[in-house]
Design a binder for this molecule. Structure first.
Ligand SMILES: C[S@@+](CC[C@H](N)C(=O)[O-])C[C@H]1O[C@@H](n2cnc3c(N)ncnc32)[C@H](O)[C@@H]1O
Ligand SMILES: Nc1nc2[nH]cc(C(=O)O)c2c(=O)[nH]1
Ligand code: SF4
Ligand SMILES: [Mg+2]
Length: 227
């Protein structure tokens, strides 16, 4: 791919922390957060990054690659907002993947196609949300994406109610998702007790599914930015 290293992206923050979510949870990671989202999930903990007047810095691919190099982190998470919404984001992704020894993860909301990455020789790992009813955004889900999952990817169901859990089970079963990728259920923070999720998993013998609590919200103040 031809990469124009002068293309720019709206960076709202970058920081090193432990990854609090996904299959690399607990490992150090560099987070690169881009502004703007096409959805407006009821529970979104990053609404500030999606506001029209959010402060951002226009960073070139060259500058973002330098941030990655200087971080000395192996794990890099590109998130937002919705990272895959950005024009030419595939160029940014390809540029980061040109660095040796980097594991790049994309946090994406399930409304944007991931097909174009399917046949890349080095492909980023996708952590793909399936937005449930309590998000208010289920209608935007593109289930075509389930055809382009790789084994190391995750599908994440952020659940806020019993109805969300029932829908999670229905979607996992209908698309046989546990055979295609990691399946993760996470509580909408503070909206449902984790024990309710465990009870549901036991009730339905969901042996191949992971429960995940957002680790950074346990370690730090849940409203703290940049961790
Ligand atoms: C802020 S989003 C950014 C990436 C992308 N827009 C998405 O939704 O996947 C990152 C992750 O945080 C999760 N998230 C946001 N607010 C949350 C909350 N209140 N409780 C639990 N998870 C939340 C999202 O579901 C998503 O998996
Ligand atoms: N520590 C930490 N881990 C995370 N994993 C995914 C995050 C995100 O906002 O996409 C996130 C985040 O915001 N903080
Ligand atoms: S898709 Fe992600 S960033 Fe956008 S509103 Fe939902 S949780 Fe927030
Ligand atoms: Mg977050």
């Amino acid at each position: 791919m031809d990469i124009n290293y002068e293309l720019t992206f709206p960076l709202v923050e970058h920081f090193i922390s432990i990854n609090g979510e996904g299959r690399r949870a607990g490992q150090l990671a560099l987070f690169i957060r881009l502004a703007g989202c096409n959805l407006d999930c009821s529970y979104c903990d990053t609404k500030w990054a999606n506001k029209a007047d959010v402060k951002f810095e226009k960073k070139t691919i060259r500058e973002i690659v330098d941030i990655v190099k200087n971080s000395n982190c192996k794990n890099v998470t590109l998130t937002g907002g919705e990272p895959l919404l950005k024009k030419d984001v595939d160029k940014l992704i390809a540029a980061i993947l040109e660095l040796d020894d980097i594991r790049l993860e994309i946090e994406t909301n399930g409304s944007q196609p991931i097909k174009k990455y399917d046949d890349w020789k080095r492909r980023p790992v996708m952590t793909l949300d399936y937005k449930l009813a309590s998000s208010g955004c289920e209608a935007a889900m593109d289930t075509e994406n389930f055809n382009y999952l790789h084994k190391e990817d995750s599908v994440k169901f952020v659940s806020g109610s019993r109805a969300d859990l029932e829908r999670t089970l229905e979607i996992i079963t209908k698309y046989d998702l546990t055979s295609k990728a990691n399946c993760i259920i996470s509580p909408v923070f503070g909206q449902i007790e984790p024990v309710e999720i465990v009870d549901f998993m036991k009730e339905h013998e969901m042996n191949d599914v992971f429960l995940q609590l957002q680790m950074h919200k346990i370690i730090w103040d849940p409203n703290k930015q940049g961790v």
